[in-house]
Design a protein around this ligand. Structure first.
Ligand SMILES: Nc1ncnc2c1ncn2[C@@H]1O[C@H](COP(=O)(O)OP(=O)(O)OP(=O)(O)O)[C@@H](O)[C@H]1O
Length: 530
């Protein structure tokens, strides 16, 4: 009996060794790949981040792609696992009685709990790592965009130090992530190896408790072999599920991060999409999201509007009521920080109003309202694309683009010299427009764009601040000749002569309205219509 047992045990041990050799070989390969992966990850972080610095959408889609790959690995295993587990559970129950499946299930539950405990901190750290990657990328982009200004401040060392600080924070989090993942891998591997021993304990219990005493040596040997096979495969099925925990922790971290980014972006889109940019009509949504057509001769309606900046409790403007209608040019003045640009942010739904009602009743675009922001915005591409921007993208079917008009408006804006530099309207340029144009040229080019698009209403936020008063006069005259109603924000008193009404923001929520032509009669009525 002892010899038979020894013989069958040796056979099983052979089988076990083969199995363990396979498992061991698989693990060694996986571990070396993981080690290489971890070492590479630090370099990967640096290199990928350097290349893929300033494109958040691309970054999200990369994360999503990574997520999809990991999900497909998980899905394939998760689909197959229930079948193999059911099949081997049935055979295990048949071969070893209840003790086999119960101990294996118990072992799996313990393994799952241990993995859950080890996975928790990994998800949080992975999330943190993704966030720090974003911060580092943002800093990198900030330096690229403002390289010249930083150079004038001789700020190379300071910026280098600050960027390094962010990189160090990122690398520290990566190291911490690697350390935490190490414990998870140790847990997973220990579970795998101990599973092999468990199968032999399950087989040994009925043998030593005498359940198989009536069997002949040959039958016992065959039974042990069969039981070992079934148990090992059942354990292996569970092991594969536990192995998924490493992938699962990555998936959970990425999902959390992508989910958060998507929520923020959807929130922004939801706030911005109250009117249809491609439509020639004007629309507004009421609180129940019903659409109403707005008045046609009015660009903006402000009704008892109060607003403040997001990080302050003090109101910038309180209880402002105003209608801006066609033909009445409005100048918004006030000291620095009194909320002039913030008014445009509220009008554009970039900021929420604190109370009151604000409505932009015309569409955004050539037939409605266009904004020239304080910082000129130039796109990449040819000179034609700069001038017609954003016509090509938003209104692809708007008709042929007229070369003579573009050249004429470049001349009127005083930047026909750029045409000589580029060598033509459609010549591809390999420079960054922000690097080669002076601030004044950028502002003039934006005016050429405005002339070309010829909106009904032009909102100009300190759009001539880098130009002389003569240049300013010429540009304003052209705007008026082209039939635009102007809403200007600025500090210069020279602007007054081009406007009919002045809205002065006095700070602390106070404001004053006055006529600029025909005396200084006060318009401090709450519901004044202009
Ligand atoms: N993105 C922002 N987040 C939080 N607060 C902001 C933001 N932008 C501006 N602010 C704050 O809101 C207040 C009003 O700013 P705003 O840009 O409207 O001033 P402004 O009157 O246009 O000044 P300026 O004449 O210098 O252009 C300021 O105190 C400013 O610090």
């Amino acid at each position: 009996m002892v010899l038979i047992l020894l013989n069958s045990t040796l056979k099983s041990v052979d089988q076990y060794i083969c199995n363990q050799m396979y498992v061991g070989w698989r693990k060694t390969l996986t571990e070396s790949l993981h080690t290489a992966y971890f070492q590479g990850r630090v370099y990967y972080t640096l290199n990928v981040l350097r290349k893929d610095i300033d494109n958040p959408d691309q970054r999200i889609s990369q994360d999503a792609e990574r997520l999809c790959k990991q999900m497909s690995t998980m899905a394939s295993r998760l689909i197959v696992s229930p079948f193999t587990l059911t099949y081997y559970t049935y055979h295990c129950l048949h071969s070893t009685g209840w003790i086999g499946p119960v101990s294996i299930f118990g072992y799996f539950v313990v393994g799952t709990i241990a993995n859950k405990i080890l996975m928790g901190p990994i998800v949080a750290t992975l999330f943190e790592q993704e966030k720090l990657e974003g911060d580092f990328r943002f800093k990198h982009m900030q330096i690229r965009v403002n390289a010249e200004s930083a150079a004038f401040y001789r700020a190379g060392k300071v910026e280098h130090m600050r960027t390094n600080r962010r990189l160090q924070a990122l690398l520290q989090t990566q190291t911490s992530l690697i350390n935490k993942e190490l414990w998870l891998y140790i847990g997973v591997n220990t579970f795998d190896y101990l599973g092999g021993f468990l199968s032999y304990i399950i087989i040994a219990i009925p043998i030593f408790t005498g359940i198989y005493d009536g069997l002949s040596p040959g039958e016992l040997s065959a039974l042990i072999s069969k039981n070992a096979f079934v148990c090992i495969y059942l354990i292996n099925g569970f092991t594969q599920l536990i192995d998924l925990s490493t992938t699962l922790s990555d998936v959970a971290g990425y999902t959390h991060r992508i989910g958060e980014l998507r929520e923020v972006m959807e929130d922004i889109l939801h706030k911005q999409c109250d009117y249809d940019p491609a439509s020639g009509e004007s629309f507004d949504f009421d609180s129940d999201f019903n659409v109403h057509a707005g008045p046609v001769d009015t660009a903006f309606i402000l009704d008892h509007l109060s607003y403040k900046s997001p990080y302050s409790d003090e109101l910038l403007v309180e209880d402002l009521s105003l209608k801006i209608s066609q033909g009445t040019h409005v100048l918004v003045v006030g000291n620095t920080g009194t909320g002039k640009t913030s008014l445009l942010r509220v009008l554009n739904r970039l900021w929420e109003a604190e109370s009151g009602f604000v409505q932009m009743t015309t569409c955004f675009g050539p037939r409605g309202t266009l904004f020239l922001p304080q910082k000129p915005y130039l796109t990449d591409g040819t000179l034609r694309e700069q001038v017609i921007y954003p016509l090509k993208d938003i209104y692809p079917a708007s008709g042929s683009v007229d070369d003579d008009r573009i050249i004429k408006f470049l001349e009127l804006a005083g930047v026909s010299s750029i045409l000589k530099r580029t060598g033509g309207l459609d010549e591809e340029v390999d420079w960054n427009w922000y690097d080669v144009l002076s601030p004044g040229e950028m502002q003039r080019l934006c005016f050429a764009r405005l002339f070309y698009l010829q909106p009904k209403y032009a909102v100009l936020d300190e759009a001539t601040s880098a130009l002389t008063e003569e240049a300013e006069a010429q540009l304003y005259r052209t705007c008026k000749q082209l039939g635009m109603t102007l809403v200007s924000l600025g500090h210069r008193s020279s602007l007054e002569k081009y406007h009919d009404v002045q809205l002065k923001l006095c700070g602390g929520g106070r404001w004053e309205l006055s006529w600029l032509k025909g005396g200084n009669s006060s318009l401090n009525h709450r519901d004044e219509t202009m």
